[in-house]
Design a protein around this ligand. Structure first.
Ligand SMILES: [Cu+2]
Length: 362
């Protein structure tokens, strides 16, 4: 028997010894499934699976953004249009300030996931998603002043970026489990979406949409993560670090900023089936390096330097895990509200996020 197999056998023996209060993995058939053995549904790659176990999942995510800020301070559309400089000024037809201002944006994402326990130490996770984005803007008339010319909406939808990851179990005992995530984000999302816009000169050309309205990164990006989840009777907690590194430019000569996320949660289990959670999530993303030469417009979203920033969210979650004949079925909902945002602005602020998901393992 190899050391890994021995460790696994030992971990399962330990886990079984204190069942039914602590069942860390769904595949230990003798114990009830703990609703909080999975993290709040907004946390990705939070758990691994035992050998030969499969999981299919679907998550719906909604994000709503409204109003602009810069470096943590609110800024209204007329002030942006008259005082924030346009980096493209000097190119024929480009005004000195940003004459088009985003007012709100919404994003709906449908995420599909598949997990498979290759053995007790390694789990494969594949994810892809379908995104729907919509942004509302106001256009100010001509090159100066604060007269509104009109409002317009741009939309984009399609496949987003996908990812393939390996979850590597580092430790599991009666107190908790630790695993590393090593993955690659794949550029299945488009970076050349177009739509028609209203210009300050009252024209309606169809243009390549600015960066936040594109659907993918256009690059192959490594993903690195570390997750710990701890369990006690009636309570559990966890922390996760997760980073995406943008190492190379895409075909349009830019790369998105690196992404770093740190989150921590506590969960209370009210019964085997039901748990509630409280979570803090910090996220930081750098600005864009390089520039897409086809994205030229007097709007903040077209400026690679006015992208990214950091945000801290507070999340309230509910997990349900099926027992007996419903074993293997799970449902989770999480509502996230920002408590702090510091954006490379002007940029739209996040108002709220909702994540709802269904998972089925067998
Ligand atoms: Cu899973």
């Amino acid at each position: 028997m190899s050391t890994a197999a021995l460790t696994t056998a030992l971990a399962i023996a330990l886990t079984s010894a204190i069942a039914p209060t602590v069942a860390l993995a769904d595949h230990i058939d003798s114990a009830p499934v703990r609703a909080d053995s999975h993290a709040p549904i907004g946390v990705m790659a939070d758990h691994y699976h035992g050998r030969g176990e499969w999981m299919l999942s679907y998550r719906y995510m909604r994000m709503d953004m409204e109003d602009n800020q810069s470096g943590g301070r609110d800024i209204d559309p007329a002030t942006i249009a008259t005082s924030i400089s346009n980096r493209f000024f000097g190119i024929p037809g480009q005004p000195p300030t940003l004459r088009v201002v985003p007012l709100s944006m919404s994003m709906d994402m449908h995420m599909f996931g598949l997990m498979y326990g290759i053995n007790d130490a390694l789990t494969l996770a594949v994810m892809t998603n379908y995104i729907d984005k919509s942004m509302d803007h106001v256009t100010f008339q001509g090159g100066m002043g604060s007269t509104e010319l009109g409002r317009f909406r741009t939309q984009s939808s399609g496949l987003g970026d996908s990812s393939v990851s390996l979850l590597w179990r580092l430790q599991q005992n009666e107190h908790g489990r630790l695993h590393a995530t090593i993955g690659l984000s794949l550029p299945t999302g488009s970076v050349d979406e177009t739509d028609s816009v209203l210009t300050p000169m009252n024209m309606r050309p169809s243009l390549r949409l600015p960066y936040p309205m594109q659907l993918g990164s256009g690059s192959y990006d490594p993903i690195i993560g570390l997750t710990y989840a701890g369990f006690a009777q009636g309570w559990s907690w966890g922390v996760q670090q997760r980073s995406v590194f943008r190492l190379s430019d895409n075909d349009e000569d830019y790369r998105l900023g690196d992404e770093h996320q740190l989150t921590g949660w506590i969960a209370r289990s009210w019964s085997d089936s039901i748990s509630t959670s409280l979570r803090l999530a910090w996220r930081d993303q750098g600005h864009i390096d390089g520039i897409d030469s086809r994205i030229v417009a007097p709007v903040q979203t077209a400026d690679p330097d006015r992208q990214g920033g950091s945000r801290t969210d507070l999340g309230l979650g509910l997990n349900w895990a099926g027992q007996a004949e419903l074993r293997g079925h799970r449902v989770g909902v999480e509502w996230l509200l920002p408590i702090d945002q510091d954006l490379n602005g002007p940029q739209l602020e996040v108002d709220w996020q909702l994540v709802a998901g269904y998972q089925f393992s067998f």
